[in-house]
Design a protein around this ligand. Structure first.
Ligand code: SF4
Ligand code: SF4
Length: 321
């Protein structure tokens, strides 16, 4: 049996990927937890990667031997994020002092976090069947490596994607533990899958704006990053108001590079607006098979002008036109 086959056997065994299913069960159990904030009837349904891949004939999971440690570590951290909720105090503090807040931000930045935003979680951003323990979100971005992503789809780019998922999941758990130690309550969530629509949450937190490919375009590192959040009971976080990045939508209108480059034609020319106000940019039925069989694809990020050129430079030349 080859290495890849052994990995798959370990992660996805006979009863239909029990390890991921257990994690999903754990996540879903939060809905029953007293005081948690649950999804709303307007919430989107999460496509549970990689379960769906394996359930579809002919669709593979983007795995290589080098990504295995990151997949296993991600699974461990996804479980920890939920199990650690038991460590929250019954009567936690809910106000943070100025110097404590500065220390918190320094700690977060020391974990290789490239962007931080603060916002409240709207229920309609929470995936169906999911819940968050607290409504105040510390939204976190971690950069992927632009050079490696510029080789996508490739093993090199795939490894970098998994490394970033893994490192960001570890960082979220560390931040949640840090907050607990300081007497606050916290709930870490993992970037893989996620409990909330992270790009939308990050847009609300003022960290960037959606591009046509449904990816957050940011001044932090263009579209080349992963997102997650830590939810907390701290009531006096500097919540964001407004968003100075919405010009990106006008830029996208005259760009369309991702639409032209997407091999299966999965990016809608005009995003679909649902009655709930949610917007869908990608046809998952077309994207996921290609994504699964081609090292997590990522061509839409690779070709985006913001991946290749700095945000402020793109903005400047757009404003001149
Ligand atoms: S990941 Fe690939 S297939 Fe999916 S939308 Fe982007 S370019 Fe298209
Ligand atoms: S490639 Fe162009 S259209 Fe697509 S998200 Fe990037 S800027 Fe927008």
């Amino acid at each position: 049996m080859g290495v890849i086959e052994r990995i798959k056997k370990f992660i996805f065994n006979k009863t239909g990927i029990p390890r991921f299913e257990k994690i999903i069960e754990l996540e879903n159990s939060l809905v029953e937890k007293e005081g948690s904030i649950s999804f709303s009837e307007k919430s989107p349904i999460r496509f549970d990667i990689p379960i769906e891949f394996t359930k579809r004939e002919g669709i593979d999971v983007p795995l290589t031997p080098k990504t295995m440690p990151h997949i296993l570590s991600s699974m461990k951290n996804m479980k920890q994020a939920i199990n650690n909720l038991e460590g929250n105090l019954k009567d936690p503090r809910n106000t943070i002092g100025e110097s404590e807040f500065k220390e918190l931000e320094s700690f977060i930045k020391s974990l290789n976090i490239s962007g931080i935003g603060y916002t409240k979680v709207p229920r309609e951003y929470i995936f169906s069947k999911k819940a968050v323990a607290y409504e105040n979100a510390i939204v976190l971005a971690m950069n992927m490596n632009k050079e490696k992503i510029s080789t996508a789809p490739s093993k090199k780019a795939l490894k970098n994607i998994w490394q970033t998922y893994d490192a960001l999941g570890v960082a979220a758990n560390k931040i949640a533990r840090y907050l607990r130690k300081k007497g606050f309550a916290s709930h870490a969530s993992h970037p893989l899958g996620g409990i909330v629509l992270y790009p939308r949450l990050a847009e609300k937190a003022g960290m960037g704006a959606f591009g046509k490919a449904g990816i957050l375009i940011t001044p932090i590192n263009g579209p080349t990053l992963r997102l997650t959040a830590v939810y907390t009971n701290i009531e006096n976080l500097p919540l964001n108001e407004g968003n100075e990045h919405l010009w990106v939508r006008d830029f996208c209108e005259q760009c369309n590079k991702c639409i032209k480059a997407c091999p299966p034609g999965a990016i809608y020319e005009e995003a679909i607006e649902h009655d709930s106000g949610r917007v869908t940019h990608i046809d998952n039925e077309k994207c996921f098979p290609y994504f699964g069989n081609n090292f997590a694809c990522t061509i839409c990020i690779r070709v985006c002008p913001f991946q290749m050129t700095r945000y402020d430079k793109v903005k400047k030349s757009f404003e001149k036109k």
